[in-house]
Design a protein around this ligand. Structure first.
Ligand code: NAP
Length: 247
């Protein structure tokens, strides 16, 4: 990674959606951006036009996290974004493998990345951890079991971290979006486009750029200001399951 000025921001899960938009926005704000994800071709296509460094990263694999973080000796901002949902099964038919995978990427992924980069975040004297949670961390909904459990856990982890780091030069922010049109629903429904499209039918969801805007705003407040939490929903959404649809 070349040292050409600017503070270093790491964005996990930046090969699409919110992570890709956040990487672009942070680059525009003057950060030197390092992006990670599993699909390297997609990641490079995001990184190249914004001058970011693309490195392979699977947040569920401790060796991958270690190799990634070894390439990032300096880090001022960590955006824990990698994750997502798998399936909409009710608890009566819950699939252990889906639950384990959601817990591994959303919760343990945040743990692994944060733990690995904390020494650099502290040493820099003005660090910041921003984690993308979800409205699912606030409101359980039928069929949301595994994702709700994972995002509630992420929220707990961020609350603990905020208290454990009190007195150290590291800010902790949780950003909890509602419906955002990305590849999220396509992944959740195993590539079923009709099911994914139906999620946003008749309503106007947030865009990935809207969430990137929240990340950038929190990250560019003065160092004395800690934005603890942002819950951001589309105007057409008033709760996890309360959505206004035009026919
Ligand atoms: P997305 O378009 O599917 O993007 C998910 C990103 O996470 C991809 O870049 C994916 O890259 C990466 N990822 C997944 N597993 C990973 C792993 N094990 N290691 C590294 N990267 C991994 O969905 P999105 O909406 O942008 O989701 C981003 C975050 O926002 C997630 O945490 C999600 O839970 C949260 N969120 C989304 C919504 C929504 O409605 N879209 C709402 C609230 C919260 P690779 O597959 O290339 O690794």
């Amino acid at each position: 990674m070349s040292d050409d000025g600017g503070r270093v921001a790491v964005v996990t899960g930046a090969s699409s959606g919110i992570g890709a938009a956040t990487a672009a926005r942070l680059a525009a704000e003057g950060f030197r951006v390092v992006v990670g994800a599993r699909r390297l071709d997609r990641l490079r296509a995001v990184a190249e036009p914004i001058g970011a460094t693309a490195l392979p990263l699977d947040v569920t694999d401790p060796a991958s996290v270690e190799a990634f973080c070894a390439e990032v000796p300096d880090c001022a901002l960590l955006v824990n974004n990698a994750g997502g949902a798998l399936g909409r099964d009710p608890i009566a038919r819950a699939d252990d493998a889906d639950w384990l995978a959601m817990y591994d990427s959303n919760v343990l992924g945040v743990l692994r990345m944060t733990r690995a980069l904390l020494p650099a975040l502290v040493a820099g004297g003005d660090g910041h951890v921003v984690t993308i949670g979800s409205i699912a961390a606030h409101e359980p909904y039928p069929g949301g079991g595994g994702y709700n459990a994972a995002k509630f856990a992420v929220r707990a982890v961020m609350g603990v971290l905020r208290q454990e780091l009190l007195g150290q030069p590291v800010r902790v922010t949780e950003i909890d979006p509602g419906m955002v049109e990305t590849e999220f629903s396509l992944v959740r429904f195993g590539g079923d486009e009709a099911q994914a499209d139906a999620v946003y039918q008749g309503m106007t969801p947030l865009t990935a750029d809207d969430v990137a805007d929240c990340v950038a705003w929190a990250a560019t407040r003065p160092s004395r200001v800690n934005i603890d939490q942002i819950v951001v929903l589309a105007r057409d959404q008033a709760g996890a399951r309360t959505v206004h649809r035009r026919s």
